[in-house]
Design a protein around this ligand. Structure first.
Ligand code: F6R
Length: 367
C-alpha cells in the first residue's frame, strides 16, 4: 500500500509531479493559453461582477491561500483577503453579493472552514470550494468546485494536496484573469507551461534532492528550534516549512517574512539557531540576500535554498540547496519540496512517527 516507500508521507511527496499534472491536465490549452474550468458553476457575468475575494482555510490550506492572494491580485487584479477559518467564522465581516468566498480544503470536512462558508453564503456571497475529496461536505454546499486531483492523502501532514492546491489556484487565477480581461493569452500560456514544466522539474530532482537533504541534516536534526524565512511568494512557503517541521518532528519552528526579522525575531539569532532561508532569484532576491547577510553577521546557522548558478550563495553558507530555475510564479510549488523533505528526514532521524504525529487528526471535524 505504501508502494515501496517507508511512509505514506514520503510516497506522497514523490507523488507530487503526478498530483500537479493531474490537477492541471485539460484545464489550460497549452497552445492557445485558454483556461477551461467547465464545471465551475459560475457564469461569465457572475465572474465579472465580483469585486472582492475572500480566501478561507486552515493550516496548510491557509498557506496555499496566502500564495494565491499574490497571484490573484497580480493577474486577475482583484482585491483578495485571506482569513484563517476559525477567525473568519466569528469576526465582523463585510460581505455581500459581490464577494466570492473561496474555501480551500484537502478533506472538505474541516469544521471551521465549513462554518466559514456557511456564514459567507448567508451574507449573500457566492462560494467556490477547492477540494481534494469528491462529494465532501464543502463541495456539496458550494456554488462551484475545483477539484485538486492529488489522489487520496493518507499521511497526516499535508504534502501533495498542498502543491495540488497551489496548482489549482494558479489555474483559477489564469481563468479569472481571462474572464475579467486582465490577463493576456500570451501570459496565460507562459503560466500554464510553467505549471506543467514545474511538475517535470520536480520529478527529475526528487531523488537527488532527498539524498542531498539527508546528507545535510546531521548538523540540524538535534535542534530545539528552527526558523524558516522567505519573501514574497516564498513567505507562505516559509510558514508551510515551519508547520511541516513542527508537526512531524516536534521541533519548535517558526516561519517569518524575511523583512520582519528585524522587528523582533532577529533577537533569537545566535550560533545555535538554524534558519532555513528561501532565496530564489526572483524580483525580491536582493532584499532577501540582505536579510540573510544580517543573519550571517549574527552567526545564525543558515541553510539556503536558491537558484542553480547563483554563485553568491556559497559565500554566505556551506549548506546550500540549489533548485533549477523555473518561472518565478511557480517557485512556491518548487520550493515547497525541499522544505517537506527536510522535515521528513529530520523527523525520521529523530524516530518520530511521521504518518501519525501525536495529537493530530487528518481531518479536523470539530472546532
Ligand atoms: C498540516 C495539515 C493541516 C491541514 C488543516 C486543514 O500538514 O494537514 O494543517 O492543512 O487541518 O485541513 P483541510 O485542508 O482538510 O481543510
Amino acid at each position: 500500500e505504501k508502494g515501496g516507500y517507508k511512509h505514506f508521507m514520503l510516497k506522497e511527496i514523490f507523488e507530487q509531479p503526478q498530483a500537479i499534472t493531474n490537477t492541471v491536465a485539460g484545464r489550460i490549452n497549452l497552445e492557445s493559453g485558454k483556461a477551461n474550468l467547465p464545471n465551475l458553476g459560475f457564469s461569465d457575468e457572475q465572474l465579472r461582477d465580483i469585486d472582492r475575494i475572500f480566501l478561507v482555510a486552515c493550516g496548510t490550506s491557509w498557506h496555499a491561500a496566502m500564495v494565491a492572494k499574490y497571484w490573484l491580485e497580480k493577474y486577475a487584479k482583484i482585491p483578495v483577503q485571506v482569513d484563517i477559518a476559525s477567525e473568519f467564522r466569528y469576526r465582523h465581516l463585510l460581505i455581500d453579493e459581490r464577494v466570492l468566498t473561496i474555501c480551500i480544503s484537502q478533506s472538505g470536512e474541516t469544521a471551521d472552514t465549513l462554518a466559514g462558508i456557511r456564514r459567507a453564503k448567508k451574507m449573500g456571497s457566492k462560494i467556490l470550494t477547492i477540494c481534494n475529496v469528491v462529494g465532501s461536505t464543502m463541495t456539496r454546499e458550494a456554488d462551484g468546485v475545483i477539484y485538486t486531483h492529488a489522489g487520496p492523502e493518507i499521511g497526516v501532514a499535508s504534502t501533495k494536496a498542498f502543491t495540488a492546491q497551489l496548482s489549482a489556484l494558479l489555474l483559477f487565477t489564469v481563468f479569472l484573469g481571462q474572464k475579467r480581461k486582465q490577463l493576456s493569452l500570451e501570459k496565460s500560456l507562459q503560466l500554464g507551461r510553467a505549471l506543467v514544466g514545474v511538475a517535470t522539474v520536480i520529478e527529475e530532482i526528487l531523488p537527488s534532492l532527498q539524498k542531498k537533504i539527508a546528507s545535510l541534516i546531521d548538523d540540524y536534526y538535534d535542534s530545539r528550534d528552527f526558523l524558516f524565512i522567505g519573501r514574497g511568494l516564498s513567505f507562505p512557503i516559509a510558514l508551510e516549512g515551519a508547520l511541516k517541521l513542527k508537526e512531524i518532528s516536534y521541533i519548535h519552528a517558526e516561519g517569518y517574512a524575511s523583512g520582519e526579522l528585524k522587528h523582533g525575531p532577529i533577537a533569537l539569532i545566535d550560533r545555535d539557531m538554524p534558519i532555513l532561508a528561501l532565496v530564489p532569484d526572483d524580483d525580491v532576491y536582493q532584499k532577501s540576500i540582505s536579510n540573510v547577510e544580517e543573519i550571517k553577521a549574527r552567526q545564525g546557522r543558515l541553510i539556503l535554498i536558491g537558484s542553480e548558478g547563483d554563485s553568491q550563495l556559497a559565500n554566505i553558507s556551506d549548506d546550500v540547496i540549489y533548485l533549477p530555475r523555473v518561472d518565478d510564479d511557480v517557485n512556491p510549488i518548487l520550493y515547497t519540496i525541499p522544505a517537506q523533505l527536510l522535515s521528513y528526514e529530520i523527523a525520521t532521524r529523530r524516530g518520530c512517527d511521521v504518518d501519525q504525529p501525536r495529537n493530530l487528526a487528518k481531518s479536523v471535524t470539530v472546532e
